[in-house]
Design a protein. Structure first.
Length: 242
C-alpha cells in the first residue's frame, strides 16, 4: 500500500497587490508567497478588475525563485487567473483545468484543476464566492454539480468564501461533501476577526497544522491573511466526493 502523502497547501486573497497602506506593491506580495512556502497555493484577486484584467504577479520570477508554476488556462488574454483565481503548484503534473463561470450578480469564477502529485491524483478547487448570500448558495451548488459530474478523486477546495457564519447555507451544503479545516480568522489582516478564507478536503484525508500566516509583512501586504495547512491524504481512497 502506498504511503500517505503530505503537502503544504494555502489560500491567499492578495487584494490585487494593494496593501493596508493603500500601496500596490507586488514585490511585497511575492515576498509573502515566499514566506508561506506552500506546495499548492490558491490565489484570489490576481488580476486587475477592469480593462484588460491583466495579471499582476511576476510569474516568471515566482517560478524561478520559488519553484511555483501557474496552471495553464485558455482564452484569458493578459490575465494570470480566471476571474482573478490563480493556482500555483510545485512538482505537480497538471492533467486538466476547468474554468467555471459561477452564477450570481457579480462576475465570479472558479478553477477546478486535476493534478498528479508524486504519482497520485488530486483535484484542487480554487474559488472566490460572492458577497451576497443567495449568490454564494447558487455558486456552491454549481461547484458541486461540476465536481459530481467528474471522475472521483481526492478533492481539496480552497478560497475566499466570503462566508463568516458557520450556519450559513453555503457552508451547510459544503459540509455534506467536505471536511472543513478549523476556522482561522483572516480578515481584516491588521486585526483579524472573520474567517472568510477557508480550506476543506473531501473525506480522503486530514488537514493538519491549520493556521493563518500572520507576519508583519502579511499584515501589510493585503487586507486578507493567507490561510495554510498540511494536507495528508490517503492515495488509495479514490471514492467519489459526490
Amino acid at each position: 500500500m502506498s504511503a500517505s502523502l503530505d503537502l503544504s497547501v494555502a489560500s491567499y486573497n492578495i487584494h490585487k497587490g494593494v496593501g493596508t497602506d493603500r500601496r500596490r506593491d507586488l514585490a511585497r506580495t511575492a515576498a509573502v508567497i515566499a514566506e508561506i512556502g506552500a506546495d499548492i497555493l490558491a490565489v484570489q484577486e490576481a488580476d486587475t478588475r477592469f480593462g484588460s484584467r491583466k495579471g499582476l504577479l511576476d510569474l516568471d520570477r515566482i517560478r524561478r525563485d520559488l519553484g511555483l508554476i501557474a496552471v495553464p488556462m485558455d482564452d484569458v488574454g493578459d490575465a494570470h487567473g480566471w476571474h482573478g483565481n490563480l493556482l500555483l503548484v510545485r512538482n505537480a503534473l497538471v492533467e486538466e483545468v476547468h474554468q467555471l463561470i459561477l452564477p450570481g450578480l457579480e462576475p465570479r469564477g472558479a478553477l477546478v484543476t486535476d493534478l498528479v502529485v508524486a504519482g497520485r491524483p488530486l483535484r484542487v478547487v480554487n474559488a472566490h464566492l460572492g458577497l451576497l448570500q443567495a449568490s454564494r448558495r447558487a455558486q456552491v451548488r454549481a461547484l458541486l454539480d461540476k465536481i459530481g459530474g467528474m471522475e472521483g478523486r481526492p478533492t481539496l477546495l480552497m478560497g475566499d468564501l466570503n462566508e463568516w457564519r458557520e450556519a450559513g447555507a453555503a457552508f451547510q451544503t459544503l459540509e455534506k461533501h467536505f471536511t472543513f479545516a478549523q476556522a482561522r480568522a483572516s480578515f481584516p489582516s491588521r486585526y483579524p476577526l472573520l474567517a472568510l478564507d477557508r480550506i476543506m478536503m473531501s473525506p480522503h484525508g486530514a488537514l493538519l497544522d491549520v493556521a493563518a500566516h500572520d507576519s508583519p509583512l502579511s499584515r501589510r501586504a493585503s487586507d486578507h491573511l493567507p490561510i495554510k495547512a498540511r494536507l495528508r491524504f490517503d492515495p488509495e481512497n479514490l471514492a467519489s466526493t459526490g
